[in-house]
Design a protein around this ligand. Sequence first.
Ligand code: UGA
Length: 431
Amino acid sequence: MNICVIGTGYVGLVSGTCFSEVGNNVTCIDLDEGKIERLKQGIIPIYEPGLKELVLKNIEEGRLHFSTKLEEGMKDAEVVIIAVGTPQAPSGEANLEYVENVAVSIGENLNGYKVIVTKSTVPVGTGQRVKSIISEYSHGKHEFDVASNPEFLREGTAVYDTMNMDRAVIGVESKRAEEVLTKLHEPFNTEIVVTNVETSEMIKYASNAFLATKISFINEIANLSEHFGADVTKVAEGMGLDKRIGKHFLQAGIGYGGSCFPKDTSALIHIGREVGEDLTILKAVEDVNRQQRMKIADKVNEVYPDLKGKKLAVLGLAFKPNTDDMRYAPSIDLIPYFTNKGAEVVAFDPIAYENAAKEIEGLQYSTDLYETIKDSDAVVILTEWDEVKKMELSKVKELMKEPIIIDGRNIFNLEEMKASGFYYASIGRPT
Ligand code: UGA
């Protein structure tokens, strides 16, 4: 099948590449000439394990192409996928400017029947808006269908998630579009949920909002557990074995960050407000999440009420491991908080340090874990990087001024930490 993907961000690049990997002929379009030139040489703008290899392989095998010219990508395409960004506007709603601009260009370049798919996360009703823009700008000269096919990939495991998707959701308005999109997903050997466009758009928001709810829920239980000497990791294990609850996304910590959960929960609350529905659960989810990242600051304050002259080694800058993404990363709030209180902060991150330096003024960082830890008065863990999980605790203890670890990600075993002689405070577990 010939496919045109518009937008080479996370969603566009990963899904375009994976669609080419299963045998389609894919052209990825982006306005950014420099980015397209680099992609043609296999230089990837984001850090995502396995993506570079897959891009290079499919370029070499002639199935994956990059261009700045939409007409080139659309000419022979049966499916055109919109995968441009929908950033959060100051009001909390999704900004649809890029999606609407792309719809205009698609209308202008339409040269025959195509299925126009929205993959970007868009408010319910956007499919109809895209349809009316394309109709207007194509002057009714050609038939087309609009469809919704949301993406459920996670950063850091994006290629794996796409190649092994739990399900594909296809929102369509015609049998013809359903057949095209079903065929497109056949190689993924996955369950396909066929709905109308609006339901599919809702499934995407509801899925992210539900996962965010699970995280805020377990964080509340974590905070409560601390008062009673209960261990939230065991609570989650005990709950998660019940199939109705499920074990995933019950890891307590310093709350969710990233480009999706904060943006999508906020957009859904906004969508509700517009139609007079007050989404009280989601508002509470946001409140819990906002407060949760400061729990780690409270735990540092408990040990050092005065941070002046103290050196803190912050381990992890990115919002989660295996990404250089700093969007809504807890480190953005916490590092300035510590430095404003007079602490000297040095941070470790294997990848996100350059992006972090753009977000955090005067950031001191190192890519050497043990160098970061040397002479520190406390280690503060913000991201569960493998390097941090596997650090040699005896060496850490030797290097530190005081053996104090404040862990926002619950990565160490309590007994082990006790035996190693650390003061170890984590989230929702006995200290
Ligand atoms: C999320 C969803 O998981 C994807 O299914 C979805 O496609 C994506 O958003 C999107 O809409 O594009 P992502 O933001 O990449 O993916 O990352 P997650 O692995 O879901 O983690 C999000 C945040 O939740 C991170 O800050 C992570 O630390 C936190 N988290 C996750 C927890 O605090 N506890 C958990 O148990 C799980």
